[in-house]
Every structure is written in C-alpha cells, then in structure tokens.
Design a protein around this ligand. Sequence first.
Ligand SMILES: Nc1ncnc2c1ncn2[C@@H]1O[C@H](COP(=O)(O)OP(=O)(O)OP(=O)(O)O)[C@@H](O)[C@H]1O
Ligand SMILES: [Mg+2]
Length: 290
Amino acid sequence: MSAQDQSDHIAEAAENIPDVEDTDYPIRIRGLTNAFGNFVVHEHLDLDVRKGEILGIVGGSGTGKSVLMRSIIGLQRPSEGAIDVFGRDIVEAEPDEEIGVRSRWGVLFQGGALFSTLTVAENVQVPLKQFYPELDQELLDEIARYKVVLTGLPENAAAKFPSELSGGMKKRAGLARALALDPELLFLDEPTAGLDPVGAAKFDELLRELTDTLGLTVFLITHDLDTLYAICDRVAVLADKKVIAIGTIPELLQTDHPWIQEYFNGPRSRAAAESHDRGKALDKTAGEGS
Ligand SMILES: Nc1ncnc2c1ncn2[C@@H]1O[C@H](COP(=O)(O)OP(=O)(O)OP(=O)(O)O)[C@@H](O)[C@H]1O
Ligand SMILES: [Mg+2]
C-alpha cells in the first residue's frame, strides 16, 4: 500500500470516531489494521477506553496485545485505521502536537527494563529531563524521591541500581518511572509477570489505589487472572485480530466464544474468582466487626 493510500484509509477511519467529549474516552480506536509484511496482526479493530477505568487486555500469546499498545503510543504505524488519544489523532499528529499528548501518558513496557547503568532516581528522571530540560537537579531529585515513595519503595531505593533490587522492587521502580510526568493515562504491559502471588497482589493493590487517588486511566495488558478479578473494571479480549468482546467478567462469561469460555471458565479462572469472592467476604466481615 502506498503512503498516500495509507493516509486515505486512516483519514476515512478517523471520520468514524464519534464526536464525544474526549475526556469521556481518552483512547478511541476505529478500523485499526496492523501488519508486518503479509502477516496481519489486527484487522479493523475497534476499541474505546473509558476515563478512570482500569481496562484489562487479555488474549493468547501473539494475538497482538503489545503491538496494540505500541500503536496507541505511536511506536507502530498502522496500515489502516484511526487512533485518538485525548481527542488527538495520534497516527497523523504533527510532532509538536504529539509531544503534548505524549507527556500525558506513562508506559511500563513488557519486561519493564530499567536502564541498568542508572540509579532508580536517575531512571525516573529520564522522562522528566526529556520533557522538561529546564528543571534543575534539586527539583529533579525531589520529584524522583516522591515518585519512588509513592510506589511503596523505601526512600533509600532511589539511590540503588536496578541490579540491587528484587523483582517486585524493579516493577515498582518501573511504575515510578511511568508516573514521572504525572500522567493521566498509564500503559502497563504484563506488570506482574514473574512476581510471586503475594508480590503480584501487592502490586495490584498499589495500582488500584494509585488509579483511584490520582484519577488515572489504565490500559493493562495481563495474563494474570487474579489481577483481572481483583482490580480491572472491564476486560477487553483480543482474538481473531480484533477486540472480540469487552465488558465486566460476568458480562464476558455470557458470550460463547470458545477462547473466552475456556479462559474464564477454566479451573485457574474459577480459583481466581473464588479467592476474589473470599477476599470480599473477609473485607465485609472486617467492616462489620469495626
Ligand atoms: N516488530 C515486529 N516485526 C514483525 N513481527 C512482529 C513485530 N512485533 C510483533 N510481531 C508479531 O506480531 C504478533 C503479535 O505480537 P505481540 O508482541 O503484540 O503479541 P502479544 O499478544 O503481546 O503476545 P505475548 O502475550 O506473548 O506478549 C506476533 O506474532 C509477533 O511475532
Ligand atoms: Mg506482549
């Protein structure tokens, strides 16, 4: 496809995005197609992310969850379709327009690599220096310290190198870096992968709390069924190159797509659901006791 054709397709899809307040839907995607050569990952995919929600993104390995995230943040140019972030067309955005939108989101990539030669504080300062080169070092240090503590790390973690941190601490440091610019929108790709269940549950709790207190909207790619039950407001299922369903878990259970049934009705999902219900019952008992 020529660049002109690609632009025409994208412009056409942009017209299909309903004209509602951008604050209601920080992300709106219409007719998204992503391909690597002849290999099509997404085909005419639509998705709306609501303000203030934690939206879980699930799908088998290789269904294109990470590619979807990369296209929303402008790292993967689609062959067709339109992606609006905060009401701006991210695909066709001019560089100066894009930079304004970019400073409103934070990202934790799959694998979440921190720069190994920088301390945690210096890692957090990377996006700050990029967007606000005029900030002086004292202020940078102050902001970094605040973000480190915000994510539940001890203050002395700021001066440590990634190799000196546990897996769970690295995830928190990655989150601190993603929060550096006080984003409204957070992209997290498998943030609890590799953590033990207790560490993962603590990370989930932190994420829910930060989302509610900071008023974030979270695009959360995860395989973790406990995470889906515990903190996601809705879940979007990626399969057959599209978002085949989106809704709460009870809503998803009513669809008869085989992958959804297998995923949410399998033994692992039932265990996660039961543990979530048990947790809620315990909370209730504790609440009544106080
Ligand atoms: N830069 C690239 N060049 C070619 N193919 C790619 C590229 N990036 C991703 N792909 C392919 O696109 C498909 C979707 O990849 P993606 O990384 O989005 O999967 P995923 O759903 O995130 O999987 P996982 O759950 O394993 O992380 C895969 O088949 C992958 O091989
Ligand atoms: Mg991935």
